[in-house]
Each structure stands twice: as structure tokens, then as C-alpha cells.
Design a protein around this ligand. Structure first.
Ligand code: ADP
Ligand code: GLC
Length: 485
């Protein structure tokens, strides 16, 4: 099959979170399964320098944006057999220090930037000499693509390919003032409550939900949750209407990138059979972070965007109680200055027990996954979550709130004592999380049980083979004409 993927970020070219990891890995997995995947993404600052093999394509975009026309160029990178990346080069929009924001402020022209990008995707889908069988778009940044493609059907594009939208996070919808709708050049009648309008505003993700042939999201449980008022972010009604075409598929993990035995980021490799390397990595991490070096102290870690979704408030509450005991905690995160302050205060309150690192650091992320004993992910909601799956492979027991993909990917003791891979808690409270941390400390003290849990975790398999198979089924479903609207 020929699959055209589109995303505002794709690893290893750009990344702010798991969206980039997922799209990058899906494209590789499709190519490995013998399909032809091409990915469209913006050419952000620095990509050309980091990937000198990028080639300019003989191609010019000249697309209407309201009453104006905007031009852009196209670059491409042949990554492997069956995998090509297209980069849309519009320096005015994309040659900037950040991807969506700078200094915690979103760019004021994000609507314009991603409406334009979505138009480039629809244009490529129509005019590339290579014909996609399906166009698969990811999140709000490209949510308008299905509507733009359908619109071209009325403008002489006889048989456009079907479209699939994946929702990675319903909390980010790309909502902009009504005036932005004029930039889409879509007909006025789409600006209504069953279409792209959301309380008088333009909603890019809603546009995708309304007009894509099939909608997927990144775990089966989250697919159910988003049809409820509690987690539907105002779109649960529309999602219920489209439920027959809404499918939850758990993300896979790129074990080529996230592994413990061939990983340039790790001081020492290790495997299930040879765990000495993990202990070495723990001591090295403690040393480098300025914590007392002591293998017997349980080390907890978190790597996260510091956003409301991630459960920062209950984590700070639980840790300020639990850190009175014998444990250490390390955080790698970036996001809200208010949350950063919270963690800084925690570090001040517990010197020698807490290490915090703000900013984005890929090497440190691998080293924390490898060096810790437990990984904390107390999310308020979590569409899929990748870090808990990385933790499993690294033998770092995840402590997760039972929501979304966290619930789908971790097995708690109470679910199956023989196969347990982690610890789950249910209530969104500091008390409940503190109790889960207490359970972890008990587990840590029981070497045999801890070892069983660690082995189970490291054996858990979330490789892309199954995930890709599920996406291929979805693509086939989209290609069949008899889709229930
Ligand atoms: P989300 O996409 O909601 O942020 P995920 O768990 O799906 O959550 O994915 C997060 C990804 O971003 C992981 O690959 C994680 O390692 C990475 N990440 C998050 N924060 C940082 C950071 N400060 N430095 C390095 N990597 C980070
Ligand atoms: C989003 C979600 C996260 C998911 C990631 C990749 O950022 O917040 O849960 O793992 O997308 O699908």
C-alpha cells in the first residue's frame, strides 16, 4: 500500500513529545512491512544542517491563504527502502527557534502556519506523481486535511484517497478565532456545529473528527474514554456519533531506539540475564546528579512535559510526604514555570534526595530510564504514554494511574500476580499515589518478588509488528467504500 502520513513533528527531525516518536516509528514500521510510506512535515530550523542528505525537490507550492497566496518549497530525504520524508520549506512560518512556541508563549500565527501546512499536505496528496492509497494525518496541526481533500473533490479531483485521523491527545484541539477560517478557503457552509465550528471558533481537530473516513486514537481505553463527558473535552458528542469509525490502537515502541543492550546513550549495556550494567547505570546517574551514591536506596524517576495532564500536583503532594523516608527522586521535565517552581521547592526541601533537571535532554532521558528502579507516571489522563513502555523494557517498574494507555500497557499485582509488570493506582489524589509509592517500597524490599516483576516488565513486548498490522486493517477499512458515516 502507499501511505501518505502527515504530522507537525516527526522523530528524529523534530519532537516535542510522543507524537513525534509515534509517527516516526509508524513510518519505519510500515516500510519494514513492505509498504511505501511517505511523511510530510515542516522544515524547521536546523533540520537541513543535521541531515545534510536532504535534497531540494523541483516543486513549488503557491497556495491561496484567504485573499493572499503563499509560496513554499519542498525538500525530501530518502531514509530507507519504502520510506521518504517530505519537508515543507516556508521560512516565514517554520524557520524559528521553537516548533509551536517560544518562552512559554504560543506563536500568535499558529493557525496560519498549520492551515498552510495542511494545504501543502492536501496539495501533495493530489498532485504528487506517487499516488497515496490513504492519507493518514496526526493531531490538530493537520486536522483540516480531510476537509481540504473532500473540498477538492468538488473542484475536479475525481477520486481522492480516503483519510484517517489519529488523535494523540484530545486536549489539544487547535482552536482559533473565527477569522482564521477565512484562511482555509473552505466554503462557508462547513463553518457549522456539525463541521469545523466549535462555539463560534475554528476547531482544527474537530474538523478532522467530522470529515476523516476513519478516526483512531492511541489506546483502546482512551478510545472509550473520549466518548464520555469527563474526558471528551467538549467533543464527546461528535465522537459518539462517529463511534463506529473510532478505533483505539496501542502505540508500539521503537526498540531499535529504546533498548538497553545497544544504546549509545547508556554508560553500560545490560539485559535480563546480565543486570550488573543496570546497577552501574544507577550509581553513575546518582553520581552525575549529585545524589548520594548508594545502590540500596530506591531511586524513582519521572520524565515529562510539565503540563496539567501529567499529574504534577498529586506528584508533588505525594513526594513531599514520601521523601521523608529512604528514597531518591529525579525529574527531567520542561513546561509550565509554575510546575518547575514546585519541583525546585521540593529539591530545596529535600537536599540530597531530589535532583531536578529542566529542559529537553534525550541522553539524560535514556539514562534516567536505565538508572532508576521505579518510574512515576501519575497522569490525570494519558492517551497512550510511551515512557511507561520504555520503563518496562529498561526494567524500571512503572507506577501509573489506571487511565488510558497506562491502564492498557501495565499489569498490576492485583490483576495477575504471576505476570505483574508494575503498580497501578486509581484515585487522582496525592494520598492514593503515596500509597502506590509505599507498595513500591515494600516490593523493593522483597528481592525475589522485585526480580520477578522486573523480568516480567523487561519481557513485555510492545513492538510495532502488532501495531502496524492494526493500522493496516484500518487503512483497508478506509479503502472500502461502504463506510458508515
Ligand atoms: P507526551 O507525548 O504526552 O508528552 P509520551 O509519554 O507519549 O507523552 O511521550 C513523551 C516523549 O517525550 C518520550 O519519548 C519522552 O522520553 C520524551 N520527553 C518528554 N520530556 C522530555 C524531556 N524533558 N527531555 C527529553 N525527552 C523528553
Ligand atoms: C500524546 C499523548 C501521549 C501519547 C503520544 C503519542 O502526546 O499525550 O499519551 O503517548 O501522544 O501517541
Amino acid at each position: 500500500m502507499n501511505i501518505l502520513l502527515a504530522s507537525g513533528e516527526v522523530y528524529p527531525y523534530s519532537k516535542t513529545g510522543g507524537l513525534a516518536d509515534m509517527v516516526g516509528a509508524l513510518a519505519v514500521a510500515l516500510a519494514n512491512a513492505g509498504h511505501e510510506a511517505r511523511v510530510v512535515t515542516p522544515l524547521y530550523r536546523g533540520i537541513r544542517e543535521k541531515f545534510p542528505a536532504l535534497r531540494k525537490v523541483d516543486w513549488q507550492f503557491d497556495l491561496p491563504m484567504g485573499l493572499e497566496h503563499i509560496q513554499a518549497e519542498l525538500w525530501e530525504l530518502d531514509v530507507a527502502r519504502g520510506l521518504k520524508i517530505y519537508f515543507v520549506d516556508q521560512p516565514g512560518y517554520f524557520d524559528r527557534a521553537g516548533i509551536y512556541q517560544e518562552n512559554h508563549f504560543s506563536y500568535a500565527d499558529n493557525a496560519e502556519r498549520f492551515i498552510f501546512f495542511s494545504k501543502c499536505v492536501a496539495h501533495l496528496a493530489r498532485y504528487l506523481p506517487w499516488r497515496p492509497d490513504v492519507v493518514h494525518v496526526h493531531d490538530w496541526q493537520v486536522g483540516l486535511v480531510p476537509a481540504l481533500i473532500l473540498q477538492q473533490k468538488t473542484e475536479g479531483w475525481g477520486n481522492p484517497p480516503p483519510t484517517c485521523l489519529t488523535i494523540h491527545n484530545l486536549a489539544y484541539q487547535g482552536v482559533f478565532p473565527e477569522a482564521a477560517f477565512a484562511l482555509t478557503n473552505l466554503p462557508e457552509h462547513l463553518f457549522h456545529t456539525e463541521g469545523v465550528e466549535f462555539f463560534g471558533l475554528l476547531n482544527c481537530l474537530k474538523a478532522g473528527i467530522a470529515y476523516a473516513d476513519v478516526i483512531t486514537t492511541v489506546s483502546p481505553r482512551y478510545a472509550r474514554e473520549i466518548t464520555t463527558e469527563e474526558l471528551g473535552c467538549g467533543l464527546d458528542g461528535l465522537l459518539r456519533q462517529r463511534q463506529k469509525n473510532l478505533i483505539g490502537i496501542l502505540n508500539g515502541v521503537d526498540y531499535g531506539e529504546w533498548n538497553t543492550n545497544r544504546n549509545p546513550h547508556l554508560p553500560k549495556p545490560y539485559t535480563i540475564g546480565r543486570m550488573a550494567g543496570k546497577n552501574f547505570n544507577k550509581r553513575k546517574l546518582q553520581k552525575d546528579l549529585g545524589l548520594p551514591v548508594n545502590e540500596s536506596i530506591p531511586l524513582f524517576g519521572t520524565i515529562s512535559r510539565l503540563a496539567e495532564q501529567k499529574g504534577v500536583d498529586i506528584q508533588l503532594g505525594a513526594l513531599s510526604e514520601m521523601l521523608n523516608g529512604n528514597l531518591q527522586f529525579v525529574l527531567l521535565g520542561s513546561g509550565s514555570p509554575e510546575y518547575e517552581r514546585g519541583y525546585r521547592d521540593l529539591a530545596r526541601q529535600f537536599p540530597g534526595k531530589v535532583a531536578v533537571h529542566f529542559g529537553y535532554d534525550e541522553t539524560l532521558a535514556h539514562r534516567i530510564e536505565a538508572g532508576c528502579d521505579f518510574f512515576l507516571m501519575p497522569s490525570r489522563f494519558e492517551p497512550c504514554g510511551l515512557n511507561q513502555m520504555y520503563s518496562l523494557r529498561y526494567g524500571t517498574i512503572p507506577i501509573v494511574r489506571a487511565t488510558g494507555g497506562l491502564d492498557d500497557s501495565v499489569i498490576d499485582w492485583t490483576q495477575n500476580p504471576r505476570l505483574a509488570t508494575g503498580i497501578k493506582f486509581f484515585e487522582y489524589t496525592s494520598r492514593s499515589l503515596a500509597k502506590a509509592i509505599r507498595k513500591a517500597l515494600v516490593l523493593y524490599g522483597q528481592a525475589k518478588l522485585f526480580q520477578i516483576c522486573r523480568r516480567n516488565a523487561m519481557k513485555a513486548d510492545f513492538s510495532w509488528d502488532q501495531t502496524v498490522h492494526n493500522y493496516l486493517n484500518v487503512y483497508e477499512k478506509c479503502c472500502k467504500p461502504a463506510i458508515v458515516a
